[in-house]
Design a protein around this ligand. Sequence first.
Ligand code: SAH
Length: 344
Amino acid sequence: MKQEIKSLTLSELKTALEEMKQPAFRSKQVYTWLHRGVRSFDEMTDLPKALREVLAERYLLTVPEVVRCQVSALDGTVKYLWRLSDGNCVETVLMKYHHGNTVCISSEVGCPMGCAFCASTIGGLVRRLSAGEMLDEVLFTELDSGEPISNIVLMGIGEPLDNYDNVCRFLELVNSGEGMNVGMRHISLSTCGIVPKILELAESRLQLTLSVSLHAPDDETRSRIMPVNRRWPVDELLAACREYYAKTNRRISFEYAMIRDVNDSPETARLLLKKLKGLPAHVNLIPLNNVEESPLKPSERGTVLRFQKILEDQGVACTIRRTLGGDIDASCGQLRRKYQKQTP
Ligand code: SAH
């Protein structure tokens, strides 16, 4: 199998081209072309033809193909379904906020984590994405839509911390000044709570925003809806979050999907307050998106507002996530599922 050239960092590319006896300036040239989204080595017009041929022989240049692109009539959200070079599909969502365009990318094909309310995990994990494939999601969403991307959230299909090394490499690529140059503070990474990897990420002291999918403050409920909690229970997870804050000084964002009669009572809100005490946090309440295969239902609007008020009254920042792309299944693995169902 050929190596994917876009997964290489600039310094790795430098080494590779040095070994090919190329002058030092070539690596930056090639890297810049790659991060502009060229579709073939032949588009690298300022490279000698012989070098383009050697590169094409040695390396795979990934170019995802648009299988489907849906635009929301409600708010302009765009949802892409891409076909990767091995035929697998992943989705990317482009959301237009007042603070800039945000792209929500997938980190895996499928997901191994098994959360009860999530469509992405229904078929399990198929495979992890390479760093270059994650970069492609950002790059080709920008190229295809013509919309400059300023923010990235790793909140699509998959568990980013289950694909830790490739995700870190992706962060280096997308953050690089010779590439897309997206600032770390404009990137959020969402995890279901893989504690050792949260601690490892804390050590790297990256200035990205860590989002933790909490969804319940007690082990009984959380273990029921999120199997990962049986391995790393709530208190261990929150201890890791405190450590993350201590190391990075970055406020943690907690995601909390409101599920009717499961995690939405005032007592639950009060327990959540108690657990978050002293930890600079932001709680993002997400009205549960209906997943056909799941019996779990969204909370009533009034219940969500009541929950929010209890947190806010005690000084915890708490927002209710605006639903975008409601008419195009722009959430949580829904489009890929539909496509899979239609094409057995
Ligand atoms: N694996 C990572 C990132 C992908 S999921 C994680 O667990 O954080 C992105 C967010 O969507 C997570 O907070 C996840 O719990 C949430 N989510 C999944 N299915 C949902 C649904 N049906 N309704 C609302 N939120 C959902």
